[in-house]
Design a protein around this ligand. Structure first.
Ligand SMILES: Cc1ncc(COP(=O)(O)O)c(C=O)c1O
Length: 353
C-alpha cells in the first residue's frame, strides 16, 4: 500500500477472480466459460480490416451491437446499453441506482459486495433459505434497489419469472436488477417484462453462452429512462467502453442464433449427464439451471476436493465462506472434460472410502 492511497480505497475488499493460468494446461472448470470457441461468424467479423482500424476510436454509441441486441430481444436500441463485460454494467448500476441502498443474497456473485463498497452503497444482505432457495418475500419490505442473480451463482438455482414479477408489482418505485448472466441455460428470462415494468433492469453477458468471456461484452436491457441513466455514468467514466474488435465480435455472436442454440443445448445435455454421474457417486448436486454445478462430495471438504483436483490438472472453484465451504463449483465443459472430472472424483472418493 503506498502512502498516497485514499482511506476509502484502502478500505476496499477487492473481488478475487478465479485463477486464469496462462502457462499450464489445466482442464479449466473454474470460471464458467464456454468450452466452445466463439461462432465462426465472430472469427469472420474480427477481420484484418477491422484490426487495421484500431488506430481509430470505437463507436461510443455501440450502435451496431445495440441494434443487433435489440433485434434479438424484440426491443428498441433505446432499451439497450452495451459495456465492457456485465461487470461494467453492474458498476454503472451500483453507481447510478443505489442511493437508497442495495439488497442482495448472502450467497451470490461476490462482485456485488466489492462494487457496493467501491461506490459507498449501504448494503442489506438477505440470507438464502436453508436449502439455498431465494424467496422474493424476503425482499418485499426493502425500500432500496434489489439485485438478484437469476440463476444465482454459485448455486445455479433459479426463481421463476412470476416471482420476480411479484417483486416488481409490490412496489413500482423500487428498482429490481436481475443479473441473467446464466439465463440461457434453462431459466426464465425477465426480458419479456421490460415493456411493462420501468422498474426492471436486466443484465446479461456474452461471456458464458456466447463464448466471448475474453471479448468482454455485457449489456443492460430496460426502459429507455434507465438506459439513459446508465449512459450518463458511462459517459462520465469511459465513453469508448467497448473496443472496436469486441463490438464486431459481439454483434456477430448475437446474430448467429443457430450456433448459440446448439452450444447451449450441448451444455445442458452435458450438465444433465454430469449431475447424474456425480449423484451416482453419492455427491449432493444442487438443481442447476446454469452452466455449472454446485457439488458436495461425501466425506470430503470442499477445500480438499479443490486441492486434489488441482493437483491432478483440473481447476474448479472453491469459496472458503460460511455455509458453502463444503461445496465446489464446477463449470460444465465438454463431454471429454467432464468424463475426466467424474473419473478423478470417483478415484478420490474411492481412496477416501
Ligand atoms: C452472476 C454473474 N454476473 C456477472 C458476471 C460477470 O460477467 P462478465 O463481466 O464476464 O460479463 C459473472 C461472472 O462470472 C457472474 O457470475
Amino acid at each position: 500500500m503506498s502512502r498516497f492511497l485514499s482511506p476509502r480505497a484502502a478500505a476496499l475488499a477487492p473481488y478475487t477472480p478465479g485463477e486464469q493460468p496462462q502457462d499450464q494446461a489445466y482442464i479449466k472448470l473454474n470460471t464458467n466459460e464456454s468450452p466452445f470457441p466463439p461462432s465462426p461468424k465472430v472469427l469472420q467479423a474480427v477481420s484484418r480490416a477491422e484490426i487495421r482500424k484500431l488506430n481509430l476510436y470505437s463507436d461510443p454509441t455501440c450502435g451496431r451491437l445495440n441494434a443487433a441486441l435489440a433485434a434479438r430481444y424484440g426491443l428498441q436500441p433505446e432499451n439497450v446499453l452495451s459495456a465492457n463485460g456485465s461487470d461494467e454494467i453492474l458498476a454503472f448500476a451500483f453507481c447510478a441506482f443505489c442511493g437508497k441502498g442495495a439488497a442482495y443474497a448472502d450467497i451470490t456473485y461476490g462482485f456485488y459486495k466489492a462494487q457496493s463498497a467501491l461506490f459507498g452503497v449501504d448494503t442489506t444482505i438477505v440470507p438464502l433459505r436453508e436449502d439455498f432457495t431465494l424467496h422474493v418475500d424476503d425482499y418485499m419490505d426493502f425500500p432500496g434497489t434489489i439485485i438478484i442473480a437469476n440463476p444465482n451463482a454459485p448455486t445455479g438455482m433459479a426463481v421463476p419469472r412470476s416471482e420476480i414479477q411479484r417483486l416488481l408489482d409490490a412496489d413500482p418505485d423500487r428498482l429490481v436488477i436481475v443479473d441473467e448472466a446464466y439465463v440461457d441455460f434453462g431459466a426464465e428470462s425477465c426480458v419479456p417484462m421490460i415493456y411493462r415494468y420501468d422498474n426492471l433492469l436486466v443484465v446479461q453477458t456474452m461471456s458464458k453462452s456466447r463464448s466471448l468471456a475474453g471479448g468482454r461484452v455485457g449489456y443492460a436491457l430496460g426502459a429507455p429512462e434507465l438506459i439513459a441513466d446508465l449512459s450518463r455514468v458511462k459517459y462520465s467514466f469511459n465513453p469508448y467502453n467497448v473496443n472496436r474488435l469486441s463490438l464486431a465480435a459481439g454483434a456477430a455472436a448475437v446474430e448467429d442464433e443457430v450456433y448459440f442454440q446448439a452450444c447451449c443445448a450441448s451444455i445442458c445435455r452435458t450438465r444433465a449427464w454430469t449431475a447424474g454421474e456425480l449423484e451416482s457417486l453419492g455427491c449432493t448436486v444442487l438443481p442447476s439451471q446454469a452452466n455449472f454445478l454446485f457439488v458436495r462430495c461425501p466425506g470430503l471438504s470442499g477445500g480438499a476436493v479443490y486441492r486434489t483436483l488441482r493437483e491432478n490438472g483440473i481447476l474448479v472453484r472453491w469459496f472458503d465462506s460460511p455455509r458453502i465451504r463444503d461445496f465446489v463449483r464446477i463449470t460444465i465443459g465438454d463431454q471429454e472434460q467432464m468424463q475426466s472430472l467424474v473419473d478423478q472424483l470417483a478415484q478420490m472418493l474411492d481412496a477416501n472410502a
